[in-house]
Design a protein around this ligand. Structure first.
Ligand SMILES: Cc1ncc(COP(=O)(O)O)c(C=O)c1O
Length: 416
């Protein structure tokens, strides 16, 4: 089988055995009617009178205006709507890279994004360093810059490591790019699920050649809408990206545009609910991993999307993940799926999605595979009080504030 999308292939192969899917990095989705119930009167009217012709190539003005509100000082003209982050990244690379260029890619990174770069020009991979808690070595980036280096591509917050750049490191990276006139493209699809203390400004808002790519897919849990975007202040670049888009999806689906706007305007409520689910799941996971110190080295994530503990068993993380899928019906992703020819990345980890449903049953099923049960199933239930979104908006928002004040929302669940 062609493994140029190893992650997708692994999921497809394991799916027939899967009863508990912890492979996802997106938050739980909500039904259409539940989302529509969050619409304000303007969007309700838009929905009811929606015509199904071709939509505007750059995305509806009102959608781009809402997206632009996430980028200080930006207006609708600084945004290009695309069919998911994936199309956005393809358009960015098509617009910026030529065969004689050189690119720098910080790895690990989502494989289709890696290929969108490496298939266009010569590429140097710079690995996040596990010994430094997945830190970025700016000196390595500096050393990799050549006269023909056109762009640096990153994914912060990063999947699968959860690594983020702090404001200081971001400023150093921006200064380096500015000095050399290099574009800095950041895939920011996990920005909304980052712990508040680990949130830095989107790259497009701090650098004139910064390109932010994002979507409603992950934090808002709506990948089925296929709504993503590019944000950048450079109009010439956006015009080139639009040209690339005209050869792909041309325009978004009109219904998705309305629903994406509803979700963006209701983002605080959706995120509050999604964070509560992730917090509860993270607490369950850490508690579980702590009981098996011979099998796992726990990871305290600073992103609500996933955790990446190290697997210590002799057969290795990939073989264990396959055994889990076959024998327990549990799908988790081994870090070997992010392997890249550009740099070494540890194959010893497992990515557990935290955002969807209650992972207690999945953990019980894993336990049956690793050893004699030590876990009491009564300890494995979700804490009460994860309400449906419509129940009590003010209560949900109140709880979100309490979560946001912790130094690291997800990490703070860790027991001392
Ligand atoms: C890091 C990263 N970037 C981009 C994408 C693609 O996002 P979308 O579904 O919005 O195209 C994914 C999907 O898993 C991802 O993990």
């Amino acid at each position: 089988m062609d493994d140029s999308f190893a992650l997708g292939n692994f999921i497809a192969r394991a799916m027939p055995w899967t009863r508990h899917d912890l492979s996802s990095s997106e938050s739980a989705s909500i039904p259409l009617l539940e989302l529509l119930a969050l619409a304000d009167s303007e969007d309700s009217a838009r929905w009811q009178h929606l015509e199904l012709g071709y939509a505007a190539p750059r995305g509806a003005d009102w959608l781009r205006e809402t997206i632009a509100q996430g980028y200080p000082g930006f207006g609708p003209d600084d945004v290009l709507a695309c069919a998911g982050a994936q199309e956005a990244l393809t358009c960015v690379m098509q617009a910026l890279l030529h065969p004689d260029d050189h690119a720098i890619l910080v790895v690990p990174i989502y494989q289709p994004s890696e290929l969108a770069v490496t298939r266009r020009c010569s590429t140097t991979g710079i690995p996040l360093l596990s010994r430094d808690g997945w830190g970025l070595d700016i000196d390595q980036i500096t050393a990799a810059i050549r006269p023909e280096t056109r762009l640096i591509m990153t994914n912060f917050p990063n999947s699968p490591t959860g690594a983020t750049l702090d404001a200081e490191a971001q400023a150093v990276l921006v200064a380096l790019c500015r000095r050399h006139g290099i574009w800095l493209v950041n895939d920011e699809v996990y920005r909304l699920t980052a712990a508040p203390t680990h949130l830095v400004p989107p790259i497009a808002s701090v650098y004139e050649r910064g390109v932010s790519v994002d979507a409603v897919s992950k934090g808002l849990g709506l990948p089925g809408l296929r709504v993503g975007w590019i944000a950048c202040r450079d109009q010439e670049f956006l015009a080139q990206a639009l040209l690339a888009k005209s050869m792909l999806s041309s325009c978004l689906a009109g219904p998705s545009e309305v629903l994406a706007r509803v979700a963006l305007r209701a983002a605080p409520r959706l995120l509050a609910r999604n964070r509560m689910v992730a917090h509860a799941n993270n607490a369950l996971l850490l508690d579980f991993l702590d009981r098996y110190p011979d099998s796992f080295e726990p990871h305290v994530p600073c992103n609500a999307a996933f955790a990446l503990p190290r697997y210590l068993g002799p057969e290795g993380a990939e073989a264990f993940a396959i055994r889990l899928a076959k024998n327990a019906g549990v799908l988790v992703l081994p870090s070997s799926l992010w392997a890249t020819p550009l740099a070494r990345f540890s194959p010893d980890h497992l990515r557990f999605g935290l955002g969807r449903g209650n992972i207690a049953e999945a953990l019980l099923a894993i336990e049956q595979v690793i050893s004699t049960p030590k876990y009491n199933s009564r300890q494995m239930s979700l804490p009460a009080g994860v309400p449906p979104i419509r129940d009590d908006p003010s209560g949900v928002n109140g709880r979100m504030r309490a979560v946001s004040t912790s130094p690291c929302a997800i990490a703070s669940d860790r027991k001392a």
